[in-house]
Design a protein. Structure first.
Length: 384
């Protein structure tokens, strides 16, 4: 197991590098893959930082701020876990942890992160450690806390649930996986009595939160195409989106697909649009940046294209967030771009850092939360 895990880690770390290099983003040998220069336009949206918090050092895909009520939970790889007031950024709780690989999940009572040694750490709302438990392998996906359990997805294709009060392992689900997997923004979601998780083989599972029984298992896209392991990567990325009984997901080098969650995951429609970061929704429309950072808006009902925006081509866009009249996306130079939800035109942009923004943006009633690779967390307010 240790040998497999080590090989898997090397593969995961190499895939993102290999994928970007094959696209010319590192070598710049092919001008078709150069990041688009920033264009001039007339801003129609007022955006500005409301507060900034320093979390620690580092960041990346496994570190996504999490909001419960008026509290923001966030973590940094260097070993820091904080709870902040959403309105002001004031620190409510700060915990020194071992170096982390992913975080953070919380239901407001239990707060969970994962260390670089595959240990799941759980704290109560006052910051007292409740328990720690060893996952079967590394954890690069933020833990999910819901229904009295803490759920992690490990790098050996397991989904493990620990009792939120005691840390006792309650159930374990494993599926066979491909030789390579993509390290990117991935999140599990919870619905009443269900855990919904995307896997690195292009499949989406609904798991009973109490028993670990797989209620249904559906295919977003197949990983059978391609001559090499790299070309066959078909990971489900970002967080699945549930709109009523319609559940939507997107895969890398695959498809955007929606299912009827009430009818055992029956496929409703599928479009040949893939992404390396994931999607968001406003309840009527799905928004996502494809593998080349072309932003798409698709109707939830039937997947028809509403608009496309290619002005940010190859700018390595983050998972988007819907905020006010706009959809916001971060890029590799620390910019956040705001596009009109109605037609995709550029409404505003703001450079928050020189560090990349790889963490998923998070929409809140106060604005959009942006976590940079430099360990900063910023709330950006939106007016207009």
């Amino acid at each position: 197991m240790r040998s497999f895990t080590r090989l898997y880690r090397l593969a995961v770390l190499g895939v993102a590098t290999a994928s970007l290099a094959s696209c010319g983003l590192f070598t710049q040998k092919d001008a078709r893959y150069d990041p688009a220069p920033l264009t001039q336009y007339a801003p129609t949206l007022a955006v500005a930082p409301v507060w900034t918090a320093t979390l620690g050092s580092g960041g990346g895909y496994g570190f996504i701020p999490h909001v419960v009520g008026d509290t923001v939970y966030a973590a940094a790889p260097s070993g820091s876990l904080v709870a902040l007031d959403l309105a002001t950024g004031a620190v409510r709780l700060q915990i020194a942890t071992p170096p982390l690989s992913a975080g953070v999940g919380s239901d407001g009572r239990t707060i969970a992160v994962a260390t670089q040694k595959g240990v799941v750490l759980a704290y109560d709302a006052q910051g007292k450690e409740l328990w720690h438990a060893q996952a079967d392998s590394a954890v690069n996906v933020p833990p999910l806390v819901s229904d009295g359990i803490v759920v992690v997805r490990t790098t050996d294709y397991r989904v493990q649930a620990f009792d939120a009060a005691t840390g006792k392992l309650k159930w374990n689900v494993q599926r066979p996986g491909p030789a390579l997997a993509l390290r990117t923004s991935i999140q599990m979601i919870a619905e009443p009595q269900l855990v919904i998780v995307g896997m690195p083989n292009g499949r989406l599972m609904a798991i009973d939160a109490a028993s670990g029984a797989v209620r249904w298992d559906s295919t977003v896209s197949s990983a059978t195409r391609g001559a090499s392991d790299l070309e066959r990567i078909s990971d489900i990325v970002g967080a699945p989106q549930l709109i009523g009984s319609t559940l939507c997901a997107v895969s890398y080098q695959g498809h955007t697909t929606c299912f009827d969650a009430a009818q055992g995951g029956r496929a409703l429609w599928s479009q040949s649009i893939s992404s390396s970061t994931g999607m968001t929704t406003d309840g009527q429309t799905l928004y996502l940046a494809d593998d080349h950072s072309v932003v798409h808006a698709l109707g939830v009902k039937d997947g028809h294209s509403l608009w496309q925006q290619s002005a940010l081509l190859n700018r390595q866009l983050s998972t988007p967030a819907v905020v006010g009249p706009a959809v916001a996306l971060g890029d590799y130079q620390g910019y956040v771009h705001f596009l009109s939800r109605a037609d995709g035109h550029l409404m505003a942009r703001l450079q928050l850092s020189s560090d990349p923004i790889r963490s998923s943006l998070v929409a809140t009633p106060r604005g959009v939360l942006v976590q940079t690779d430099g360990g900063k967390l910023i709330l950006v307010g939106v007016r207009g």
